[in-house]
Design a protein around this ligand. Structure first.
Ligand code: CTP
Ligand code: CA
Length: 230
């Protein structure tokens, strides 16, 4: 896709984007993971660079080439992703959490490979991971970052069933400014070049983005971010 012809409306703005999906180690060779490809996060990074932003891309387990002009930080687990995002967010104008963050991780990471034993396998005990999106909002309210930063905090939510109601409840619960809600299932979203979504804003407004390339959804997000930064 052509990156030219976009407004330079993010010039001088620092944006942080998380992409991909976290992996939570069980032992040196195994992990719990998810199907996120990182395509939407990378589309956000490419379009933000094209619109003039200084981009930090925190990438979890993606097999995609680094977007030209972005600073890429590679991470594996939710805890690593949290550390990278929170430190980059300190002086950012906007943070967009496109990564699929594992909600839970194994309580124990074994130092040696778990061996197949004669009896039944041990159950895997899980503990909760930090909620990075919620923490960004909490920290901003507590004044932990640079004054009034990040000005815009955005998340993504893949939902089934009552997609909009779930999205609105999540936006309120997370305390973010924008939530991109998309319906999953039926070959939508995961690993596909196309995406369709509704972007919900904390002020109650909503924008429909029809099914199309992930760059189109990315541009719709940056339109809303740029409007809130100006
Ligand atoms: N997210 C996060 N930290 C987590 C989990 C999710 O920052 N531990 C972010 C994701 O990057 C995404 C948004 O929160 O931008 C919504 O993720 P989602 O999994 O839909 O939200 P959850 O609160 O985990 O709710 P659910 O029970 O539906 O999984
Ligand atoms: Ca989740």
């Amino acid at each position: 896709r052509v990156m030219a012809g976009r407004p330079r409306d993010l010039a001088g703005r620092k944006v942080v984007i998380s992409a991909g999906g976290t992996r939570e180690a069980l032992d040196p060779v195994r992990y719990l993971g998810n199907r996120s490809s990182g395509l939407q996060g990378y589309a956000l990074a490419r379009t933000a660079v094209a619109r003039g932003a200084e981009v930090t891309l925190v990438a979890a387990n993606v097999s995609l080439g680094d977007p030209a002009g972005a600073k890429v930080i590679r991470v594996e687990s939710a805890v690593e992703l949290r550390d990278a995002v929170l430190s980059a967010a300190a002086d950012a104008d906007a943070v967009v959490m496109a990564a699929a963050v594992a909600d839970f991780r194994p309580a124990v990471r074994h130092d040696s490979k778990i061996k197949k034993t004669s009896g039944e396998p041990e159950p895997i005990e899980l503990v909760k991971n930090p909620d990075i999106l919620a923490e960004l909002g909490e920290r901003r309210r507590a004044g932990a970052f640079a004054p009034a930063r990040p000005a815009v905090i955005a998340g993504f939510a893949a939902e089934t069933d009552d997609v909009l109601a779930n999205g609105k409840a999540k936006l309120a619960r997370k305390g973010c400014d924008l939530l991109v809600v998309n319906q999953v299932g039926e070959g939508l979203a995961f690993g596909t070049p196309d995406n369709a979504a509704t972007i919900l804003a904390a002020d109650g407004s909503q924008v429909e983005v029809p099914r199309g390339p992930k760059e189109d959804l990315a541009d719709a997000v940056w339109d809303l971010v740029a409007a809130r930064l100006s």
